[in-house]
Design a protein around this ligand. Structure first.
Ligand SMILES: NC(=O)c1ccc[n+]([C@@H]2O[C@H](COP(=O)([O-])OP(=O)(O)OC[C@H]3O[C@@H](n4cnc5c(N)ncnc54)[C@H](O)[C@@H]3O)[C@@H](O)[C@H]2O)c1
Length: 342
């Protein structure tokens, strides 16, 4: 079996999770990891069998032994790292979103296309067992032609203030996963976006011109309609989908840690669904990194590419304009605005 050598850039929440999921794979060796706070991760890296720790990602990108990199640093660092990595011919797994700047993401599309390196965008939810079953059932035509999709996506509690400040806002930080799942399940790009948004959870969101609650309506290119419900605070993690088609509907519920139900004279009770994304999508994170490794080892296409990242960012951008200007926004309007800037 061909073994590939990896470098990881960024050892925060998601970087450490990917290392956990990659380290035992027989087809992988994690040679190096970089973080600007290198000293704080040396012990952890040694415990995970990673020989090199550096505070400069260029040490990884310029290492000829490294075949592929995982970019898990903050979003505003991605473009610069991608540019260097493509020049060095590395295959890239990049966390979502690719960037906060659509112009930068368009450059990434071009760099990836012209270099031929593999580039996977970190939309892990596609690999969730429930989401992939819905996709399969839709593909088999079990509920007929697509008419409507409803995505419920609510976090248990809002992030802290510093995170909100640097997050890029609800659309590009949180709803971006829902935009991708919507395109994936409906097998169609989005044509038009309309948003109603509010600050109902915590006034801190308003300080950063952000919102914490949104209803996002989508019109797909295939003519179907979609609605996404987002909240930064549901007190539990609420991740449900309903597909409605010409022959019926397909729904998925939340995943629960157990099926125990308590019934008493006062009513019924059960434990909350799996707490948050690290628990609910645990298995999906494993499958997404496996899919990338498979694509590199076997030289096959990645399942979620740079264009998937771009399309979700286009929807996020249209959503932001819609919220600001209180009107429906066509994706074409965002694209032609970008063309004029180039
Ligand atoms: N797919 C998902 O479900 C998911 C979940 C969380 C975060 N993310 C994405 O992953 C990325 C990282 O998020 P996080 O929550 O892990 O953040 P984090 O703040 O926990 O970790 C980021 C790490 O990168 C390091 N860092 C900063 N600049 C660096 C640089 N130039 N080179 C190397 N390391 C650098 C920081 O010191 C920190 O340790 C973001 O793009 C975020 O949107 C995706």
């Amino acid at each position: 079996m061909r073994k590939i050598t990896l470098g990881i850039i960024g050892a925060g929440r998601i970087g450490k999770l990917h290392v956990e999921n990659l380290k035992g794979l027989p087809q992988v060796k994690i040679k190096s990891i970089s973080d600007i706070l290198a000293d704080s991760i040396r012990d952890w890296a040694a415990d995970n069998g990673i020989q090199n720790v550096t505070n400069n990602y260029k040490d990884i990108v310029n290492d000829p032994e490294i075949d592929a990199i995982f970019i898990c640093s903050p979003t505003d660092t991605h473009i610069e790292i991608i540019e260097e990595a493509v020049k060095a011919g590395k295959h890239i797994f990049c966390e979502k979103p690719i960037s906060f700047n659509l112009g930068g993401t368009i450059q990434v599309l071009e760099w990836v296309r012209s270099s031929g390196v593999k580039f996977q965008t970190g939309f892990n939810r596609r690999f969730d067992h429930n989401m992939s079953r819905v996709k399969e059932l839709i593909r088999e035509g079990k509920a007929g032609e697509p008419h409507m999709l409803k995505v419920t996506s609510r976090d248990p509690a809002p992030p802290h203030k510093e995170y909100i400040k640097n997050s890029g806002g609800l659309f590009v930080d949180m709803a971006i996963h829902d935009f991708d799942i919507a395109r994936f399940l409906m097998d169609s790009d989005v044509e038009e976006v309309y948003v109603q948004g509010a600050v109902l959870v915590d006034p801190v969101f308003a300080e950063f011109q952000d919102i914490d609650t949104a209803i996002i309506t989508l019109k797909f290119e295939n003519g179907a309609l979609g609605v996404i419900h987002n909240s930064r605070q549901a007190h539990y993690y609420d991740q449900r989908v309903e597909f409605f088609g010409s022959a019926g509907s397909i729904t998925i519920q939340n995943d629960n840690p157990n099926t125990a139900e308590v019934y008493t004279q006062n009513g019924a009770y059960r434990d909350n669904p799996l707490h948050f994304f690290l628990e609910r999508y645990k298995e999906a994170y494993v499958k997404e990194v496996l899919s990338f490794i498979d694509a590199v080892v076997n030289d096959t296409p990645v399942p979620v590419d740079a264009n998937d990242g771009y399309q979700a960012e286009l929807i996020a951008s249209a959503a932001a304009i819609s919220l600001r200007e209180r009107r429906p926004v066509r994706i074409e309007e965002v694209v032609s605005g970008l063309r004029q800037k180039v």
